[in-house]
Ligand binder design. Structure first.
Ligand code: SF4
Length: 443
């Protein structure tokens, strides 16, 4: 069979890629391609980089989507189905709402595709495709296939080498989709398997696409030790929780293995908010010291903060930005609380009648789609806009980065790029175009 696997494009200036180069390749799709028996021919279509040819003949189109991309995924699915092509939908959003996705697909894959995908292909060949595929249990990460990177044009990605080492997160924060999709128990690949995959990569910089690379400190310690022993020195970055700062040895190993940056979810400076969302791993009183320790090991931090939690009032924006500036975070991502389908947060807000928008296109964490408790929706949106503008002002960037910081050119480029994206976003808001434009479908 001829199979196309499609990653729909973002159409929010804060998150969309440049047409020439995207940041990361779609690791999920090249993993799916590796699970596909070699008798089939697979094409990867990353819509951020290439227009989709709806006249191309495929026996099967597979599309993966998170919530904000679901409407675009449905448009693409409908266009292919109108031409008689079989379409399968999967990923976070179709897994959370399989009935909704079913209206746009011949089959929906709920959860992780390992095991299911091969069955689905064989059912399709036998003319016995089922409407929904659900796993009986979560797949083991032992002997995982290595993604088909040969199907990508690596020149079109800023960080073409991405690797996943773990799945799942033990913390289950109420706003997060990760533990619902991947489970609360932590699964990890054998360290030797990860090392073998890393050794096959060409680039010097690797992104570990884990939700929390230090979620299991024992595993992280073994992984970092082996990474440090690789004959070819690499640099890497990933997402990690703050517990890394409590473990000096783990920090030292991370730095020795090439860690140059961590994306860390601080989420809030309010202990009450953290308790309410279940982020027990974070202790506000430790934040400053934790940042210092991580910085002392030469590791940059992109801090993630959520606005609109129930204890937040209009003072939250200035307080948070000041904290991020004073602690010289190399980058920050401010997000508006968003009740994604499948999360406990959404169930609570639905019960409380606080959800004001169900257009998934607005679920970009840059729009207010619910009624906040201690401020108006407008104040929340304006505060969010102000926070980005202030944190990424030129004065703020130069105060945070200084002139002598490690990896300064990369960090300056990152900050200026984020600043540019934010101004595009702001322009769209100022022109009154709050609803994101619909991308065109080729005829
Ligand atoms: S710690 Fe991070 S990945 Fe884990 S549930 Fe909380 S927000 Fe999600």
């Amino acid at each position: 069979m001829k199979i196309a696997l499609i990653a729909p494009a973002w159409h929010d200036p804060l998150w969309e890629s440049e047409k020439e180069k995207s940041i990361f390749p779609p690791l999920n799709l090249i993993t799916l391609a590796a699970l596909t028996p070699p008798r089939h021919e697979v094409t990867i279509l990353d819509e951020s980089l290439t227009d989709i040819d709806y006249n191309a003949k495929y026996d099967l189109v597979g599309i993966s989507a998170m919530t904000a991309l679901a409407p675009r995924a449905y448009e693409i699915a409908d266009a292919f189905r109108a031409k008689g092509t079989t379409v399968v939908l999967g990923g976070m959003h179709p897994s959370a709402l399989p009935e909704e996705a079913s209206a746009h697909a011949d089959a929906v894959v709920v959860g992780e595709a390992e095991g299911l995908w091969q069955q689905l292909l064989s059912d399709l060949e036998d003319g016995k495709l089922k409407p929904v595929y659900r796993p009986e249990e979560r797949p083991s990460l032992e002997h995982m296939v290595h993604p088909r990177r040969d199907l990508l044009n690596r020149d079109r990605y800023l960080v073409p080498d991405t690797v996943q080492t773990t799945r799942g997160c033990p913390f289950a924060c109420s706003f997060c989709t990760v533990s619902r999709f991947f489970g609360k128990s932590f699964r990890f690949r054998p360290v030797e398997d990860v090392i073998q995959e890393v050794a096959e990569l060409e680039g010097e910089v690797i992104a570990f696409i884990d939700d929390n690379i230090v979620g299991h400190p024992g595993y992280a310690r073994r992984l970092f030790t082996e990474l440090a022993r690789l004959p070819r020195k690499i640099k890497w970055f990933s997402q990690g929780s703050l517990n890394i700062a409590r473990d000096e040895d783990l920090l030292r190993l991370a730095a020795a293995s090439g860690c140059i940056g961590l994306f860390i979810g601080f989420e809030s400076l309010s202990p009450g908010n953290l308790k309410a969302v279940g982020k027990a791993v974070n202790r506000v009183e430790e934040y400053r010291e934790a940042i210092k320790r991580i910085h002392d090991h030469g590791i940059a931090i992109e801090g993630a903060f959520v606005f609109g939690l129930d204890e937040d009032d209009e003072s939250v924006f200035e307080q948070t930005v000041k904290f991020a500036q004073e602690n010289r975070l190399e980058a920050a991502q401010f997000g508006i609380l968003t009740p994604f389908p499948g999360t406990p947060l959404r169930e609570t807000m639905e019960r409380e009648g606080r959800i004001t928008c169900n257009d998934w296109r607005e679920y970009t964490i840059s729009k207010v789609v619910f009624e906040p408790k201690n401020m108006s929706a407008r104040t929340l949106q304006e505060g969010f806009n102000w926070a980005w503008q202030e944190f990424y002002s030129l004065g703020s960037i130069s105060r945070r980065l200084g002139l002598v910081k490690k990896h300064a050119p990369i960090l300056w480029a990152l900050n200026l790029n984020i600043r540019k994206r934010f101004y595009h976003f702001l322009e769209r808001i100022r022109t009154g175009n709050f609803t994101l434009p619909r991308p065109s479908l080729a005829k």
